[in-house]
Write a protein that binds this ligand. Sequence first.
Ligand code: SF4
Length: 288
Amino acid sequence: MNTNIYKTYLDKASLDHKLLFNGSIKTLGYILKTNKEYFSKKPYQLLGINPSTKIEKGKKINVNTAILYLAPDTTVTNKTICPNASRNGCSKDCLATSGRLGMINGQLAQIRRTLYYLYHNEAFMIQLQNEIDKYHKKYGDSLAVRLNGTSDLNWSTLIAKNPGIQFYDYSKLRNMIVKNKNKNHHYTFSGSMYSDYSRKELTKAVDAGLNIALAFNTKGTKKDTLRIPKKLFNKKLIDFDITDVRFKDKKGSIGYLKRKGSNVNERLIDNKKVNNFFITESNIKELI
Ligand code: SF4
């Protein structure tokens, strides 16, 4: 136990900040105090290897993905770690709250990693590099690293120091993608129909020929009414759920993702919304 780590959080973190934790709203201060021993330790590990069923599918094509899951957007701080989340309307349905990540242990781990990133950044970056080195030694060229599993941060300095390793990410920051100079970092732009801003960004991304992911408001069950078209923007839509290995997609690929972590009633309600992170029955007409 390292009481200095814990003390830094008490000194620097926004203790009054409220978040949904284990099913109810709590302050960050309460979560820290009731889990003092846990937050007195540095994160056990920052990167998870092939941690979800979808990501694990990469193994079939000899890709092992190391992924970093932080607590997204403004979960633990007023200063977001996803600068475009509010203009894309994605925070509410963020992957961070689904599956294992949404369970209490997953939540605690995300919060601890994020606090460590924010308030012990130097130690965080050293640990991150050590873990990347460890996995590169273990997996060799089959390793791919996705640092923005549930964040949208700029990791270009670290990635530039690792030219022999493949990194990839989805991002809602079109400018960050366009300015990326690291050849070993592949980006897929994540489109949204939430606001005028996000619609314009999507149009610019299409015009620039970026690789684009679009999340559709369906799980493809019998009760889902939204149908995913075969083509959009004059391009055949690719199934991006088959694997997460985006860096092997052809340049300019546009693909679809089915909605995760929802029930059919939520999806039917959201199908009536024009302004939504997802492609819905009400906004799809704008794209066809
Ligand atoms: S930008 Fe990505 S990680 Fe951040 S809240 Fe939106 S979907 Fe989640």
